[in-house]
Write a protein that binds this ligand. Sequence first.
Ligand SMILES: Cc1ncc(COP(=O)(O)O)c(C=O)c1O
Length: 481
Amino acid sequence: MNQEEVPLVAALYAHCARNYAHLHVPAHRQGEAIFPEWQGGKEILQLDLTELPGLDDLHHPEGVIARAQALAAELFGAGQAFFLVNGSTVGIMALLLAMCRPGDEILLPRNAHRAVLGGLVFSGAKPVFLEPAVIEEFGMAAGLTSQVVAGALEEHPRARGLLVLHPTYYGVTGDLQQLVELAHGVNKPVVADEAHGVHFPFHDGFPPPALQCGVDASVQSMHKMGGSLTQSSLLHFKGHRIDIRRTAGALRLLQSSSPSYLLLASLDGARRQLATRGAEMLGRAVDLALEVRRALSRLPGITLLGEEHLGRPGVHGLDPTRLVISLRSAGLTGYQVARILARDYRVQVEMADYYNLVVVIGIGTTRRDCELLIRGLQEVVRRVEVGRALMACPERPPLPVARLTPRQAWLAPSRPLPLEECAGHICAEWVNVTPPGIPLLYPGEEIGPEMVEYLQWVRKLPLSVQGPEDPGLQSLRVVVW
Ligand SMILES: Cc1ncc(COP(=O)(O)O)c(C=O)c1O
């Protein structure tokens, strides 16, 4: 195949050039009736079309979309690739729905993205949660260790497969090749949530891509590091351990029947850009990130996740373009630093948690962006008193006992209950607290007295709480029997 081709983008422009009469949706008619506050160019709206003759159909691709997907499969070394218009979220949900039937066990890292909750609720699967390794200084989860995976495979011989995070949000990977060997050794499929790793194949400085490590399927957020529009992702398959037909059926169930051609075209164009210029663009990003890393490592009070952390349990690889920066020893939370950087230095970072900042240096990052970050952090450390370390979070309570599957708990009647009264009840919602970003509760799990105590403590700190209806944790939704 010729990676210079952009079949879908070319078909859309060819369609526009024919100047058709438009007697179809979308109503804005290539920008003619777009709302007046729209400040973008109208040209882009010309491509916001629908399944017209010659433009193929995402749900039954036979023409330009099929061709564009085949080019993506070839580039990433997959047997087959699917374009996704609801992010990696929908790819993860579709894979779980294809792999599991109600009551089937599936092995998952406890710090899996919340998208797995959707997959568990839809499929009725019974999650077997595996504890990821933790990098204590940064209070963050790393990858799964082979001991944990080997033990789980032995204890759960009927499990339908293993899902792994490759890499984590912090750019950390475990030894995926080894995990795949363990799982394939007992004929279990491995699927990778590679939402943050679409760029891995294009530079030697990155950890090996999941498909290269032998996984059976991988979901990648092309929109995160690959340069396509937000919400556009890729789902790749290699081999036949996962039923592709069932996954395609699940995608038809879960995705819009009117997928955005802007998103689809951006996947096609970004794929070509990665194929033709990925090595050069990512090489530049890696070099820039290295420069920033060097400059920041000289600042007092700043700790960076780096090569010296490799070789710890669950830390087999690091994405050099993702800087994990901690000002914990200077007594500042990641939230505080992110706020100061945005307010005083006009610097926006990717993510902040209690201990860390995560900064992404990607194909579009400019030298000026990096200079502003360095200058901002120089000023921040100059302004604070170094030596007043941040208070450490207490130890997480042990994993709760599951009394119901996530689906049973999700579908059961539930009601909010004051946190103080929750002990002994079954949780009806997902509760994640960062750090360490390892969910404390899944629907169906029993809320123990130590969990209530921990959540009371969480309430007092500026920690990020995701999932519950009441993020202030005054109450939790519990299952009503
Ligand atoms: C680890 C991980 N997996 C999956 C997702 C979902 O990806 P998307 O936003 O493309 O739906 C995210 C989103 O941030 C993520 O961080």
